[in-house]
Design a protein around this ligand. Sequence first.
Ligand SMILES: [Zn+2]
Ligand SMILES: [Zn+2]
Length: 256
Amino acid sequence: MLFDTHVHLNVEQFREDREEVMQRAKQAGVEYMVVVGFDHETIPKAIELAENNDNMYATVGWHPVDAIDMTEKELNWLEELVEHPKVVALGEMGLDYHWDKSPKDVQKEVFRKQIRLAKKVEMPIIIHNREATEDIIEVLQEENAAEVGGIMHCYNDSADYVQECLDMNFFISLGGPVTFKNATLPKEVAKVVPLDRLLIETDCPFLAPHPNRGKRNEPAYVKLVAEKIAELREISFEQVSQATTENALKFFNIER
Ligand SMILES: [Zn+2]
Ligand SMILES: [Zn+2]
């Protein structure tokens, strides 16, 4: 049994064949999924999918790339939505220094506001990090995010930062890049994260694992991520799938 902790089945790329994609996930053993909403369009869609499917849950947050578009109105909206029984975390939120639509200081402010909201409503958070690990850790520490805990989603930086994340009650989630032939960092990370703090995800439709790299990603491929982690840690696939599923159920506070 597998738990894909980060999917975007709520985006345009799955509009035409979403049902088939979900069917293939089931066949691959993917029992649970969390659909991550991150803007005006994807948040309601994430909730709709969670409402209509067993073992599917939603998160709501504001993506750092669009930080410049977030006002008090959006923040209040997120606060209302966390009351929904199938909303299990706030996010994705964080910092993304790859794209320059939103200046860094705006991104940080929007990030801080969402962490404070998470603490207010006592919900864990999902962190999006692109080329910003040190600033992310600084903000999380300053805001005492350890109080709610969270997930470093699709973690893709050096293993050197892993301990600081673990110290803040964070989980490390690995996705497709751990399978890429030339990717050394996530492979190192896959070996050092304690098994009880490890999660897996696809982040589909992005970052499809080898041998599907470059194609549209989908939840069924999370199996390839688990297989690669098992190989790297020299443990069985069952151990990886069982541990990561248990971790995710606990993290999202989902009862079987
Ligand atoms: Zn992300
Ligand atoms: Zn995402």
